[in-house]
Design a protein around this ligand. Structure first.
Ligand code: 2RA
Length: 291
């Protein structure tokens, strides 16, 4: 039986990953480890750790694990490391791949929506404003939110991650860099704005997309609906309704009233599932099925 080691199993992401691995399509042996444990050899190691610990573990495990899946941001921009959403770019994993990165949650929802449109339209520019759940900030933010007088209660906080020298936040820069890498569109312009809102689970994004060609709205609806892992059925979805669901939900699709090559829509999805643990499990399943 194949063995999957979870590093950082006691943390929030690690706990979610353990729960998610219980949903594996095939039977596997799951071995939970702490962040500083030294695991035995395994088929797949999943690093549910922060950037510095992931860097250390990836080096330590390279001869012990056939594949390493890293859930942190450490390797996402490394050109040698595939950044994978299995429905979109599993083909970037080859037999020589050792390390695979799983993307940022907000980027995941965005690219799941953009990917099917890429086949028919030239995607030029995307603006998004995110409405990100408290749970995305982990235990630390959940505890802060539950403290009397927290800034995050009944409020919107337009700061996620750290401010970079260019004035954007680290979360916003992930939206740019990871979108370009996953979609293999190095020139797409991404205009991000990320905001924390008092919702416990499920991230949402208001998106405006500009393409070279004018949109055919019937085709747009069909393209969204054809993407595996996406639901776009004409209903309006809110974060509360999609908590615990695997799919990315797209609604409020509408063509701009002035420019026919501009499309507006709303995305909402469970940030802890497709935005994190579910994507990790899907990468593991892909590896077990194909290598
Ligand atoms: C957040 N995107 O929601 C982050 C989680 N990695 O804060």
């Amino acid at each position: 039986m194949k063995t999957i080691a979870i590093l950082g199993a006691a943390g929030k992401v690690g706990q979610l990953m353990l729960k998610e691995l219980a949903r594996m399509k095939r039977e596997v042996k799951v071995e939970p480890y702490g962040r500083h444990d030294k695991p035995a050899s395994c088929d797949i190691a999943i690093l549910c750790t922060d950037d510095p610990v992931s860097e250390k573990l990836a080096a330590e495990l390279k001869d012990k694990a056939n594949f390493i899946i890293d859930m942190s941001a450490k390797f996402r921009n490394d050109p040698q490391v595939p950044l994978v959403i299995p429905e979109i770019n599993a083909d970037t994993i080859t037999k020589d791949t050792k390390l695979i990165a799983s993307p940022n949650c907000t980027t995941t929802g965005l690219v799941m929506a953009l990917n099917p449109l890429k086949t028919k339209y030239t995607l030029e520019e995307v603006f998004f404003c995110s409405y990100q759940a408290i749970s995305g900030g982990g235990k630390k933010l959940i505890d802060e939110f539950n403290t009397e007088g927290s800034l995050y209660q009944a409020n919107c906080v337009p700061l996620i991650g750290s401010i970079q020298p260019n004035g954007f936040t680290s979360e916003e820069m992930k939206g740019l860099n990871e979108t370009r890498k996953i979609l293999r569109l190095p020139k797409i312009k991404v205009r991000p704005h990320t905001v924390r809102v008092p919702v416990m689970v499920s991230h949402s994004l208001g998106v405006t997309l500009k393409t070279k060609e004018d949109f055919d709205m019937e085709e747009i609806q069909n393209l969204f609906a054809s993407q595996k892992g996406v639901i776009c059925d004409g209903k309006i979805y809110t974060p509360k309704e999609v908590e615990g669901r695997d799919e990315v939900f797209i609604s409020r699709t509408r063509q701009d009233f002035e420019d026919k090559n501009i499309l507006h829509f709303w995305i909402t999805f469970d940030n802890l599932l497709k935005g994190a643990a579910l994507n990790g499990r899907q990468i593991a399943e892909y590896l077990l099925e194909n290598f």
